[in-house]
Design a protein around this ligand. Structure first.
Ligand code: ZN
Length: 136
């Protein structure tokens, strides 16, 4: 079951500048920054209520985020929904004819396992599902 929105991913060109822009809106103090090698991105996250916003910039031209920005520009990149059992969810979703980008969960930020559904099978919305790993 997908139980809640965990975070909303926003593709940005310049992470430092974007942090300051979003700080003006949400007035947060704490920002968590992390490089996710597997996705070739650097992220900066902060909480708005129960939801995190995840500003994401590319660390390399071959990053999916660099490709996204060159095609569509900066903006909302994905919505991530949390589950307690990502493997079971992936089986359920692929059983419902939804195309998966990650049939096998990948390592994400915040010590989570993540997987993306292909936007071609979800009306153009990039959906991420994520599970917090137990050794948090
Ligand atoms: Zn994400």
């Amino acid at each position: 079951m997908l139980k809640s929105i965990n975070h909303i991913g926003i593709a940005v060109k310049y992470l430092d500048e974007s942090i300051e822009t979003f700080r003006k809106i949400f007035q947060f103090d704490d920002v968590h920054r992390e490089i996710v090698e597997e996705q070739k991105v650097e992220i900066a996250t902060f909480k708005v209520g129960d939801v995190m916003l995840e500003l994401t910039s590319a660390t390399d031209e071959s990053s999916p985020i660099a490709k996204f920005i060159s095609k569509k520009g900066e903006g909302i990149h994905h919505i991530a929904f949390e589950t307690d059992d990502i493997k079971k969810e992936l089986e359920r979703l692929s059983g419902n004819d939804l195309k998966l980008i990650n049939p096998v969960p990948a390592e994400g930020a915040h010590n989570m396992l993540i997987a993306f559904l292909h936007p071609k099978s979800t009306n153009g919305v990039l959906v991420e599902i994520c599970e917090k790993k137990e050794d948090n």
